[in-house]
Every structure is written in C-alpha cells, then in structure tokens.
Design a protein around this ligand. Structure first.
Ligand code: MG
Length: 269
C-alpha cells in the first residue's frame, strides 16, 4: 500500500497541507529533520512525572529512525536534558534541546549548558539560597534553568505555608523580564524567560537547505511557537487526543496514528 493511501485518513487541518506528499518527499530526501516534543507527544502524561515513559513502540521506531544517518532527530522539551535521558531510554540518543532550549545535548554527546544573560545566574543563586532558608530542602528542586517548590504529598497546613511563602516572594519579584513564574499541578516554578520552542526551530532551520523536509510534532500551547516558526517550511503535526485551535497542518491521535506516522518516516524510498 502506498503512503498516500495509508496517510489518507490523517486529519488535515490546513487546506494546503498534504501529509502523504510530505512523507513521499521524506522518503526521497537524503537529509530530513524530525523535531519532537516529549510529554504528551511521545509519552502519555502520568501522575508521576519521572515515570512518563514513551508509548509502547516509540522507542523501537526512534531507534530505527536514528540508525538511518539521513535523519536528524531532535527532542525539544521544557524538561531538563538530564530528566529526558532516562525517560527516552534509547541508545544512541537523539539530539536534545532541554529546558525550553537553554540546554543542548548533541547526538554525539557534546553538552552545552545555559548561557544566561547578565545577572540571571546570580539571581538563581540568590533565589536558591532564599528557598533553602525558608522551605524544607525536600520540597525544593534546582534545575539548569529554573528553581521549583513542590507541595504535593505535604500536610495541609505546611502546604499552605510553603505556597504562601513562595507566592509572596515571587509575586512581588522585580526581575520578571528575566524570569517567568509558572504554576503547575503541585507547585510553583521560577524559570529563565526569553526562550521558546520557536527559537529552537528557527535555530535548527537556520543552516538547513530549503529542500530538506522538516516536521515538528507537539501537543500543547508551547508547541504553537514551534508551529509558527515552521510555517511554510515544514509539516506541523498536532499530537493529542482532543483537537483544539491550532496552527498545525495535521492532527494525529496517539499512540496509533503517531506510530503510523513514524513508521512512514522509517520506510525507504
Ligand atoms: Mg508536550
């Protein structure tokens, strides 16, 4: 069966999008760029974030795609690189842009940590010191481009104390041009601001010939920046159960349609 037959039922969202034709170009191309979000795209959400492993079948397909040197595969995630490595659980690893693009790990293992604007490293150091003085160490997390307070599993009274302390400290923060405050389920995170997944996509496209087929697969709002950056240049793929307003070209429901898309990518011309 040809790819166009098998991709005929991928839901096309934009009038000019043609995933069957795109995948035919992929099979003919001697270089391809495959950009992938992690959480919600390659892996289902789980209550325990450190157990959010890929959908069954994803590791095998990524390993096959990575074994073909025509493919450059890049995972772009808000997670730290060190978090992603054990979750991906494959060898060799793809290239990884972690912490919203503040960290890079190349496919050959070369690692580059965050290059912060002036003052930001000092700001994180100061916040980390303040947090350790006011909140129990086991409720704190320091990552390459953020500090976070967690209150999941803490008693009501202590949880309210921790939440109030962090919110009060950060609500009045004056350095918010350098930082973003992000509330998540069970905590609060202060992140280095100023990088989006769109910046990562622009950087990755910068040195690439226009003829190289490129696709980006993502599920949430932060992926829309990447979709914007890829407009007119590649296939934007929304991977999630429920369709929502999006700039994506195609909608895939994981895991079956995701696996099918990646299988098409691995086929030879
Ligand atoms: Mg995601």
């Amino acid at each position: 069966m040809s790819a166009s037959d098998e991709t005929g039922d991928f839901r096309v969202l934009q009038a000019n999008a043609d995933p069957g034709n795109f995948l035919r170009d992929v099979r003919r191309a001697d270089t391809r760029l495959l950009l992938l979000d992690y959480d919600g795209t390659l892996a289902p959400f789980t209550p325990e974030r450190d157990r959010a492993f890929p959908y069954p079948g994803v590791r095998e397909l990524l390993t096959r795609i990575l074994a073909d040197e025509r493919n450059r595969v890049v995972v772009i995630s808000g997670r730290a690189v060190a978090d992603l490595i054990p979750l991906l659980g494959i060898d060799p690893l793809p290239e990884i842009w972690g912490s919203h693009g503040w960290e890079h790990r190349m496919a050959d293992g070369t690692y580059r940590g965050p290059a912060f604007p002036d003052g930001l490293a000092e700001l994180f150091a100061a916040e980390w010191k303040w947090l350790q003085e006011h909140i129990p160490r086991q409720q704190l997390e320091r990552k390459p481009a953020s500090v976070a307070v967690h209150w999941r599993g803490v008693g009501d009274k202590e949880r309210e104390r921790i939440r109030a302390a962090a919110e009060k400290r950060w609500a009045a923060f004056e350095e918010m041009d350098l930082l973003d405050l992000h509330a998540f389920d069970g905590g609060l995170e202060l992140r280095a601001a100023g990088k989006t997944k769109g910046d990562a996509v622009h950087a990755l496209l910068h040195d690439l010939r226009d003829s190289v087929p490129a696709a980006y697969l993502g599920d949430d709002k932060t992926d829309e920046d990447a979709f914007s950056a890829l407009e007119g240049r590649g296939l934007r793929v929304l991977v999630r159960r429920e369709l929502r307003p999006t700039q994506a070209d195609v909608h895939l429901i994981p895991p079956e349609e995701l696996l099918r898309f990646l299988t098409h990518w691995t086929e030879s011309a």
